[in-house]
Design a protein around this ligand. Structure first.
Ligand SMILES: [Fe+2]
Length: 534
């Protein structure tokens, strides 16, 4: 009797599973960008072919009520996965779209939504960037690589849940999604990856467009077949109509000897550094393998240092995102040294962030203790991604730890450039929880403008040694004062009221050029360049 029940149960389970496949509903959804993210997006899924029904009004799952529809443009094939892609175009910038997918049997997905990016560089943007979400290496079913919880995928999922709660404008993923090696079942790994990605969908059905670079665990065409990103091995996307030009380079290609990537990069940099309207406000670069890794045993990639870094410097790149070694670092602005063997501090240099800890097994740091690189602002080993907020004036970089995710409140802000919700755990090293980069052109213009019309506030002495006195021409109420070093490090902040205040120039303020920002309640920002003698 027990056996009869068991076999009946087993037969029913198999039948249900088989019928589920026969019905082949849509599942494993993912949005990606391959073209202008203000007017187009790719809706990707696995399972049955179908049609995306969409519009700017929320019609729930009443597919017939949506004014627009678009079928499958292409099917990507990789590792046994057949991804369906509907390339939506002609969208209105900075607009929330609602959609439902109706498969060819008439089955409906849930109602999803997404916001197109802006075409206006005056609009702010906030995004998540990180990489390395693969599982640890296993031998005979036992993890060989170190995952703190014993299961590397737990942390990956926590990171995905954080995306759903933060509601970034997009996610920029920097390679090494799954193991994808001879020792692993790549079909199952990608199945799990796409299933886990469903955790990035917010409780209101909102999804986030993704951008991608290839790591060393992916095949050459995997990105195109699984996400429908541009087929080229390297590409660039304009964000917010020229606010950011974001380069996606392929570190699997030799930076010097692969002429097609190098020439393309030089041509694009030249075209977009001409002093004309094609110039973006910010240039950011993303690639997988660090040029000079802080992760133990990886060291210098000489071809990238020789053929990329000087170009980045020459053409005004401000931020570079790296991945691959499963540790975390962020640097002060830095440049290549004269021999191309290392980086050195330079206030006009580039900030490098990385190196890929979206759940992947933890590794050790190189260059610790007395050997710590002076241009590395801080480093550590913990699961995280970076949250980047950008507007015309500044770029703010923070690292979000995959901790206490259950305590994070899902953001209720669906507008572009929204801030972090309550409860996120920031990386908070002693020297600050954020890096702020200022738009140098704006800063110079602002200084010139203020110099020309004379400042309202008097900051003295200049040069200063141990303290600054600031006198206001009118009585201020809770004005914010921030002092930044020339490397963009916030070294002092306070709120003041009244006609006069004195600031201590504490030890964390560097000697040399510093910037004092006075921000009043009415939105006025006045900056003063001061020299600190130490
Ligand atoms: Fe890697």
């Amino acid at each position: 009797m027990k056996n009869s029940f068991f076999f009946s149960f087993l037969f029913t389970a198999i039948l249900c599973s088989f019928q589920g496949n026969l019905k082949a509903e849509t599942f494993q959804y993912c949005l990606s960008f391959r073209d202008d993210p203000s007017t187009s997006i790719v809706v990707g899924w696995s399972g049955a072919e179908g049609t995306v029904h969409y519009g700017t009004n929320d019609e729930g799952t009443d597919y017939a009520a949506y004014p627009l529809s678009h079928g499958v443009d292409r099917i990507g094939n990789a590792h046994g996965h057949n991804r369906k892609f509907a390339r939506l175009s002609g969208l209105t910038p900075n607009t929330m779209y609602y959609f439902v997918i109706r498969d060819n049997d008439g089955d409906l997905s849930q109602r999803f939504k997404f916001r197109t990016l802006s075409d206006n560089p005056n609009d702010p943007v906030s995004y998540v960037t990180g990489g390395d979400s693969r599982d640890g290496f296993k031998a005979f079913g036992i993890y060989v690589e170190n995952c703190p919880s014993g299961n590397c995928l737990d942390k990956r999922r926590e990171g995905n849940e954080l995306v759903a709660k933060i509601k970034p404008d997009f996610v920029s993923f920097n390679g090494d999604y799954v193991m994808n090696q001879i020792t692993s079942n790549t079909f199952n790994e990608w199945t799990q990856w796409f299933q886990d990605w469903q955790l990035t969908i917010s409780s209101d059905g909102r999804m986030y467009g993704t951008m991608h670079t290839q790591g060393n665990h992916e095949d050459n065409s995997d990105m195109y077949q699984l996400f429908d990103v541009p087929q080229e091995e390297f590409y660039v996307l304009d964000i917010h109509g020229g606010l950011i030009r974001k380069y996606f380079l392929n570190s699997e290609l030799n930076a010097c000897s692969n002429a097609s990537q190098l020439n393309w990069l030089i041509n694009d940099f030249e075209t977009h550094t001409s002093g004309g309207s094609a110039d973006p406000i910010w240039k950011f670069v993303q690639y997988h393998i660090p040029t000079l890794a802080m992760g133990n045993g990886y060291g210098l990639v000489a071809d990238q240092m020789s053929c990329w870094v000087n170009l980045f410097q020459q053409f005004g790149v401000r931020l570079v995102s790296e991945s691959h070694t499963h540790i975390t670092k962020w640097t002060y602005p830095c440049k290549a040294n004269s021999g191309g063997t290392d980086f050195v501090l330079d206030e006009d240099g580039i900030v490098y962030i990385g190196e890929g800890q979206w759940g992947a097994p933890h590794r050790n740091l190189d260059f610790t203790g007395n050997n710590k690189k002076p241009y590395v602002r801080d480093q550590g080993v913990f699961d995280n991604f970076f949250f980047i907020q950008v507007n015309q004036d500044s770029t703010v970089i923070r690292s979000i730890k995959f901790e206490n995710v259950g305590n994070v409140t899902e953001s209720t802000d669906n507008e572009l450039g929204s801030d972090l919700p309550n409860g996120v755990t920031l990386w908070e090293p002693d020297n600050g929880d954020r890096i702020v980069l200022y738009n140098k052109t704006d800063e110079e213009d602002e200084l010139n403008t203020i110099d020309a019309k004379q400042n309202k506030y008097n900051v003295h002495p200049n040069p200063a040694t141990d303290k600054l006195t600031i006198e206001f021409n009118t009585e201020l109420n809770n004005a914010k004062i921030e002092v930044y070093s020339s490397l963009g490090k916030l070294c002092y902040e306070t709120e003041v009221s009244g006609l006069k205040t004195e600031l201590p120039l504490n030890e964390s303020c560097h000697g040399g050029v510093n910037y004092v920002y006075i921000k009043t309640k009415d939105g006025r920002v006045e900056s003063h360049k001061i020299v600190v003698l130490k």
